[in-house]
Ligand binder design. Structure first.
Ligand SMILES: [Fe+2]
Length: 387
């Protein structure tokens, strides 16, 4: 809703800030912490890092490393059961979007009762969640600052979008030291997700001067620092600036909405398992071209953020530099520039276009769409020659 801004109450963004989570758990009144982490060994290890800090600070805790990629209703309800069995009073999520989204779902059901399906849609909760600290480790998703959770309905094999101001975390944590171990491919995928958030938020129909400022600075930082972090994962300055960029992009889209790049990418990820950030980046140039007639001045500003504009040239000329600059940027990050390279089949486009037309995230795209439009955008994204 334009004019209403949702943002975590406290935001920690500096190398080493992760160590303050025990202090903040106590400040929020938490005495038994439920740690939600990603599924598998890596998630277990991240959960253990949180547990070690809390234990050192004398806070009993339990790890639930059950948030798989694209977390499901079952994962949420299993987490609810474990949360109650442990009699927890505070939620702490660590990881990327999956852990955060799962924790948000657990919090909703723990405090409101019922089933996670009851909360699909906008602002369905009636009661506040337990206090919630969200620790982001990927500098991309923005989920540590948003009031959005995407949960898979396993029975209907579809994704439920939950938007609820009460699931906005109380404390967001972006510690660049936690990002140092990210492999280059994940750095690129998550960084491009953040870049797409900035691009879509900038032109979204609910954008305001506040979200424009956030989007512009996010795009500037990500365009400058993502290649540095990609080429040298141990560069703490690059990791820190990517924390800033992804954080700003998250705040921007949480308050202005997204657009067709996300609407088109969700079905690709669902059908082929393509990483979200890569799928979104690959369809973004076609969406930029499509939106050009409504958003030329905004794209000219983004060209300035990318430092590819020429100040005395017209908005039209500068905006036209955005798509070539994006394609060049993708090559630097060694990600494909077309859907064919991602393994998308032309014969699947009708099904993809129909699924994209049902995506809630597309509602704030600055130009309206339709199934034929989504079909065209997928076709335009098949390879960079078509752009
Ligand atoms: Fe995204």
């Amino acid at each position: 809703m334009p004019g209403s801004y949702y943002i975590p109450r406290v935001n920690l963004i500096e190398p080493g800030c992760f160590k303050k989570i025990g202090e903040w758990t106590k400040t929020l009144g938490g005495s038994k912490a439920f740690i939600v982490a990603s599924l598998g060994e890596y998630g277990e290890a991240q959960g253990k890092m949180v547990a070690d800090v809390l234990t050192k600070d004398g806070i009993p805790n339990k790890i639930y490393a059950g948030a798989g990629p694209n977390p499901t209703d079952k994962m949420v309800m299993d987490g609810v059961k474990e949360y109650k069995e442990f009699s927890s009073d505070i939620l702490i999520a660590i990881g990327g979007g999956s852990a955060m989204d799962c924790a948000k779902g657990i919090g909703l059901v723990v405090s409101n009762g019922g089933n996670i399906h009851d909360f699909e849609g906008m602002h369905k909760s009636k009661k506040n969640l337990p206090h919630f600290i969200a620790i982001n480790t990927t500098s991309g998703t923005g989920s540590e600052v948003t009031s959005v959770s995407i949960i898979t309905d396993t029975e209907k094999d579809r994704k439920m979008t939950i938007v609820d101001w009460r699931i906005t975390p109380d404390v967001s944590v972006n510690d660049a030291e936690l990002a140092l171990s990210m492999p280059a491919s994940l750095t690129a995928a998550s960084g491009l997700d953040a870049l797409s958030h900035a691009f879509e938020a900038m032109v979204a129909s609910d954008a305001t001067p506040i979200t424009d400022a956030l989007s512009f600075e996010a795009a500037s930082l990500i365009f400058k620092w993502l290649p540095v972090a990609f080429n040298d994962g141990q560069n703490l300055e690059a990791r820190k600036e990517m924390c800033h960029g992804a954080f700003l992009a998250g705040l921007a889209f949480n308050n202005s909405g997204l657009g067709f790049a996300h609407a088109l990418s969700h079905p690709i990820t669902a059908m082929y398992g393509t990483p979200h950030g890569v799928a979104t980046a690959v369809v973004l140039p076609a969406v930029v071209k499509y939106n050009m007639q409504t958003s030329q001045n905004k794209y000219a500003q983004l060209a300035h953020a990318m430092k590819v504009d020429i100040p005395w040239h017209s908005d039209s000329d500068n905006a036209a530099k955005v798509v070539p600059a994006l394609l060049k940027f993708y090559k630097q990050l060694k990600i494909p520039v077309g859907l064919l390279d991602l393994g998308v089949k032309e014969s699947d486009i009708p099904a993809l276009a129909e699924a994209a037309s049902k995506e809630l995230v597309g509602r704030t795209n600055p130009r309206a769409g339709s199934i034929p439009i989504f079909t065209q955008l997928y076709n335009d994204s098949l390879n960079s020659v078509r752009l």
